[in-house]
Design a protein around this ligand. Structure first.
Ligand SMILES: [Zn+2]
Length: 439
């Protein structure tokens, strides 16, 4: 199954725009086949932020020994500067001892921060892997990119989306400096991409400040940039066992991570909907989605028009889907995650596997949903989503193949006239944005 035809407003419904561009310039770790292969990496000065070596894309689930890596391997190869390597799912960080020291994490028996986990060895020292919110202490120490670097990365990211045929994205990690950079690019007519923008609350307790950014952005919105609302994380990801499940991970005694409390989520929902902004909540595990939806059902009694987006929704139980019926809720699925997750998914989640990639049940219940890539976690690609849907149907997940193109179309026809992408067997043949031929 592939796609031949035209898509008007070809849309990726969940991406990280800046990170997509940055991934081009960062040290890529996708091809590592074991932790020790870091000794073969070719390190360029462009991979540094200040004194920090920054890399992205390792995945222990693709390694022969599926053990998490440790700081000791990094210390041997990079003893002289701090190293920060993000996992392929963006939900775990692998660092060396110097990085732990600079971040104040080089302590015995350090308690886990809320919504995060510091992996420790038998004697209570950090092993060098930090899950979800535990990475915040490290990121706080890495110098942010300059305004010029942000603009360059946004353009690099835009070119990747355009090349793959996408003229519309929904970006989940905007912040103030990115917003200002993208406005400048659009005012200079450099953007060939229509962007729905969600501002990310890095520190969820400071959501008020982020809502102020959204308010300010609404006032400076440009032709191609539409600020929509706020994005928060409710749980982590499956690969690093941070997604919140209703039962323990197979062979483990934990169910994943809940990043924010239900009370805080309720507070965020009310504040966001009070300002008539949209709220996007990252919820991968079935328990995460269920808690988000029960909370929303409570808050909807007060704010019936509040718009909720469930990001990823990789495992949804029917009783959770029932909570979405006739509500202002939309799900954003990335079938392509299957292509990476298939190597471990069944082994990790056991009987919950029957609820993965639930487009079938969403369709039956008339819950709207879109497809995307979560770029740069997976490359933005219509073809990958077609391939994944086909494989999933063969697995008995989803009884029928869905026309992927339909779920990768932005429905606001008036936003960008004369914008369309021509595909032949899912390959991009030509891309037009506002009448201009890009490829
Ligand atoms: Zn994402």
């Amino acid at each position: 199954m592939s796609f031949t035809g035209t898509i008007q407003n070809c849309f990726d419904s969940h991406v990280h725009w800046l990170a997509t561009g940055q991934a081009q310039m960062r040290l890529l770790l996708r091809d590592l086949k074991s932790a020790s292969e870091v000794k073969n990496l070719k390190v360029d000065k462009n991979f540094f932020r200040g004194e920090w070596l920054v890399g992205f894309g390792w995945d222990d689930n693709r390694w022969e020994s599926r053990d998490l890596p440790t700081r000791i391997t990094l210390d041997k190869v990079f003893p002289n500067f701090p190293v920060s390597f993000s996992r392929a799912d963006g939900h775990a960080l692998w660092v060396n001892t110097l990085a732990l020291k600079l971040s104040g994490l080089w302590q015995k028996d350090l308690p886990d921060p809320s919504g995060g986990k510091i992996i420790k060895d038998e004697s209570g020292w950090p092993t060098g892997v930090l899950i979800d919110m535990a990475d915040a202490a490290v990121f706080a120490k890495i110098p942010p990119p300059s305004f010029l670097q942000i603009k360059e990365s946004l353009l690099a990211g835009m070119n990747i989306f355009n090349r793959e045929g996408f003229t519309h994205i929904r970006d989940m990690t905007c912040n103030l400096s990115q917003w200002n950079a993208s406005v400048e690019l659009d005012q200079k007519k450099s953007l060939t991409l229509a962007v729905e923008q969600y501002f990310n609350a890095d520190d969820p307790k400071n959501f008020d400040r982020v809502l102020d950014f959204v308010s300010a952005a609404k006032k400076s919105a440009t032709t191609n940039l539409r600020p929509k609302g706020l994005k928060v994380y409710f749980d982590g990801a499956l690969g690093s066992e941070g997604a919140l499940l209703s039962q323990c991970y197979c062979g483990k005694n934990h169910k994943g991570l809940q990043i924010i409390s239900v009370d805080l989520l309720e507070e965020i929902m009310m504040a966001t909907w009070d300002k008539s902004f949209e709220l996007a909540v990252h919820a991968i595990g079935d328990a995460a989605a269920h808690l988000v939806l029960t909370t929303a059902n409570k808050v909807w009694t007060k704010y019936p028009n509040g718009i909720l987006h469930i990001e990823h929704a990789e495992i949804l139980r029917p009783d959770s889907i029932a909570l979405m019926k006739k509500q202002n809720v939309r799900c954003h699925l990335q079938p392509c995650h299957w292509l990476s997750d298939k190597s471990f998914l069944k082994d990790k989640i056991g009987t919950l596997f029957e609820h993965v990639f639930p487009w079938q049940t969403l369709l039956q219940n008339e819950i709207p949903f879109d497809f995307g890539s979560d770029s740069p976690i997976e490359p933005p690609s219509l073809n990958d989503n077609y391939r994944a849907v086909q494989e999933l149907v063969k697995q008995g997940i989803g009884l029928q193949e869905v026309e992927v193109a339909k779920y990768q179309t932005h429905h606001d026809i008036d936003w960008t006239p004369r914008t369309r992408t021509y595909f032949h067997q899912s390959n991009v043949e030509a891309v037009f944005f506002r009448g201009e031929k890009l490829f």
